[in-house]
Design a protein around this ligand. Structure first.
Ligand code: FE2
Length: 213
């Protein structure tokens, strides 16, 4: 299957989220503040990426079907859209290590919220457009590895409604304001897999003000 996309096609989701997800998304988006950062593509340091890839490959046999998530589906019914393997201590260490990178992008001190993954999307999977739940407001999606026949971009809508598509190669990431900017991968994954890990932080001053309440 060759799903080469033109730029024009690229901006139109192939799968529109169902009504209940669109409503949930608008509600959550309305409650989230915008920090003026938007999103930006970047790349991990080679040494950090090498460690992440080694971790992925070393645990490939330990991936299991991910619990059903409303936003993730597969084209063929009855197939598993995504596998998951989580090593809490590895993830915590990675997220702490990546904190300065996110702080540099955000221009403010951050607190680690959560690191999720590695999630391994399977052939035919897609991710409806959505926003992340609070307090995951400073996030990144990191490409660990993939075996794609055609691009499977991150679809992201800027605050002004402008849509971008960002293709990530292994070792690349996108910083983004996940609670405010609608994002997803609303196209069927054409390939064997796409593995990603997701790190989430929130501003340290929010933690201070919450503690002071
Ligand atoms: Fe998300």
């Amino acid at each position: 299957m060759n799903r080469a996309r033109t730029d024009e096609q690229a901006l139109v989701p192939e799968f529109e989220a169902p009504e209940f997800l669109r409503e949930k998304c608008s509600q959550m988006q309305a409650e989230a503040s915008y920090l003026g950062l938007g999103y930006r593509k970047a790349r991990l340091e080679f040494e950090v990426y090498e460690r992440l890839l080694t971790h992925f490959r070393a645990n490939i046999e330990r991936f299991r079907a991910e619990e059903m998530i409303d936003e993730i589906r597969a084209v063929a019914t009855g197939t598993i859209p995504a596998l998951i393997f989580e090593d809490e201590s590895f993830n915590a260490q990675l997220a702490e290590e990546l904190k300065p990178l996110h702080e540099a992008w955000a221009g403010m001190p951050l607190v680690l919220s959560y690191c999720y993954g590695i999630r391994c999307y399977q052939r035919g999977a897609f991710l409806y457009n959505h926003v992340d739940r609070q307090p995951h407001c400073i996030s990144s999606t990191i490409c660990v590895d993939h075996a794609l026949n055609s691009p499977w971009p991150l679809h992201i809508e800027n605050i002004d409604g402008r849509v971008s598509q960002i293709n990530l190669e292994p070792g690349e990431l996108v910083f983004y304001e996940g609670t405010r900017l609608v994002h997803g991968r609303p196209y069927p994954l054409d390939g064997d897999f796409y593995a990603g890990i997701f790190v989430h932080y929130y501003p340290a001053d929010r933690a201070i003000s919450a503690a002071g309440k």
